[in-house]
Design a binder for this molecule. Structure first.
Ligand code: ATP
Ligand code: MG
Length: 214
C-alpha cells in the first residue's frame, strides 16, 4: 500500500498544523507534547507523522525520509530548499525576522558612519544576505538559541531573530530596528514523492489549500 510520511516539529508548528491536517481528514493518535513517540500513527493507516527538530524538517524531506513536511520560511531560507517543492504558504506560525539591538544602542548612526557591526544569530545565511544587500560590513557570530542574551553581555551589538509580539525583546531591554522579512510556515514536498505519490498528495494539497487561515 502506498503511504505518506509527514515531518513536523512539536510546539507551535504542530499546534497550528493540527487544524489543517484535520481539514485533510488526518488526526494524530498521540499528542506529541505528552507522548515520547517520534513516529505518530494517524486515523489513516496510510499516513504517519514524524516529530523532528524544526530546523531538521527540510533535511528529512530533501532525502525522502519524509514525503512532505511543514517548516518555517526562516528554516527553509537557511536550508536553501534543495530537492524541495514549496507549493503552499500555510499562513501559520507567523512572525517577522528582525534586526534588534540594545535599547541604548544607536543603530542608525552606527550604520550611517559605516561602523563594523557585530551580529549574533542562528540565521547566518539569511543575515549574511541581508547585510550584503545593504552594503553593510558586519561580523556574524553563529548562535543556536537565546539570541536576546548576546547584546546584553557584550557578545554582539545586534541580533537577527524572529519577533512576534515583541515582549521578549522588551523584557530584555532590546528594540527592533529593521525588518528583514515576514515569516510563515510552508508546506514542503519531496520532488520525487510528488510525482510517485501524486494520488495521495494532491487531495491533501487541495484540502490544506482550502483550509489556510486568512
Ligand atoms: P528548536 O526549539 O528546535 O531549536 P525553534 O526554536 O526554531 O527550534 P520553535 O520555537 O518551535 O522551534 O519554532 C518553530 C518555527 O516556528 C520557527 O522556525 C518559525 O518559523 C516559527 N516561529 C518561531 N518563533 C515564532 C514566534 N515568536 N511567533 C510565531 N512563529 C514563530
Ligand atoms: Mg525554540
Amino acid at each position: 500500500m502506498m503511504s505518506i510520511t509527514i515531518a513536523l516539529s512539536k510546539g507551535r508548528i504542530f499546534d497550528d498544523t493540527a487544524p489543517l491536517l484535520k481539514a485533510a481528514g488526518i488526526v494524530a493518535l498521540d499528542d506529541p507534547e505528552t507522548s515520547r513517540k517520534l513516529i505518530l500513527a494517524t486515523n489513516r493507516d496510510n499516513v504517519r507523522l514524524i516529530i523532528v527538530r524544526a530546523s531538521d524538517v527540510p533535511t528529512y524531506v530533501q532525502y525522502g525520509a519524509a514525503d512532505m513536511g511543514i517548516a518555517g520560511k526562516d528554516v527553509l531560507l537557511e536550508h536553501g530548499g534543495a530537492g524541495l517543492y514549496q507549493p503552499l504558504d500555510l499562513n501559520i506560525a507567523r512572525c517577522r525576522m528582525m534586526v534588534a539591538v540594545r535599547d541604548d544602542f544607536d543603530y542608525e548612526s552606527a550604520v550611517g558612519r559605516g561602523a563594523r557591526v557585530r551580529v549574533a544569530t542562528k540565521y547566518f545565511q539569511t543575515a549574511r544576505e541581508h547585510f550584503a544587500e545593504k552594503g553593510m560590513h558586519v561580523d556574524l557570530i553563529k548562535l543556536y538559541g537565546s539570541m536576546e542574551l548576546a547584546p546584553l553581555v557584550g557578545l554582539a551589538d545586534a541580533i537577527v531573530d524572529l519577533v512576534s509580539s515583541g515582549n521578549t525583546l522588551k523584557a530584555n531591554h532590546l528594540k527592533a530596528v529593521e525588518e528583514i522579512r515576514p515569516i510563515s510556515a510552508r508546506l514542503v514536498i519531496n520532488q520525487a514523492a510528488l510525482k510517485l505519490k501524486r494520488e495521495i498528495i494532491q487531495p491533501m494539497l487541495d484540502a490544506f489549500s482550502a483550509a489556510i487561515p486568512q
